[in-house]
Design a protein around this ligand. Sequence first.
Ligand code: DX5
Ligand code: ZN
Length: 232
Amino acid sequence: MSGAPQISASILNADFSRLGEEVRRASDGGVDSIHIDVMDGHFVDNLTLGPVVVESIRAASDLPFHAHLMIANPLAYAERFADAGSNLIVFHVEADDPADEVIAAIESAGKRPGIALNPETPAEAVHAWLDRVDLLLVMTVHPGWGGQSFIADVLPKMRALRDEIARRELAVEIGVDGGVNLGSIGPARAAGGNVLVTGSALYGTAGDLASTVAGLRDAAARGAAAGTAGRT
Ligand code: DX5
Ligand code: ZN
């Protein structure tokens, strides 16, 4: 459970008619990064946004942009999301392209690589890449939509990945994505999550987001304390 918990704002649930302002709202509210959900209608049954949108909101904040590519062919798009201003690019281990080639493409574009796995995908599927990426994104919903419920059945797998990372003394961070809110952020943190992606729990609040972010941080910290105490 390395480092202080980071809150990452998933803009999928933001008001797309004024996306730049919504990025600024999260940034001013004190989040640590902006999470951008990219869907291609193939890997998941939804279509969201392309590099041109990332480029258009880049000036809205200096925070790191994490592009979460839920697409079948990340190799074809990694460089374009890099050029658009993403700082960390996450692709799925279940995608069609070979993971080592996607990681190499992200690195040669000068960006940080991350790998994600779906709820039903076993931990072993990413073991080979844990020493090659900066972020391991553990999906706690089936990707495709914001506002879904947190799948607590994923927590044992997250703990196993946390222990595998610790056993190998790797620096990769664990991200948790999907259904993270005041109730689930504590257990997610206790199971090893430290980059905590929140969409509807954040953008469901109108106006200033500072107290919402502070509330999520507190709940995460309590989860960490419980985790350390109970070593869940
Ligand atoms: C789902 C996305 C998530 C989602 C998070 O496929 O990857 O990032 O937008 O939103 P909430 O927090 O509402 O589940
Ligand atoms: Zn996401």
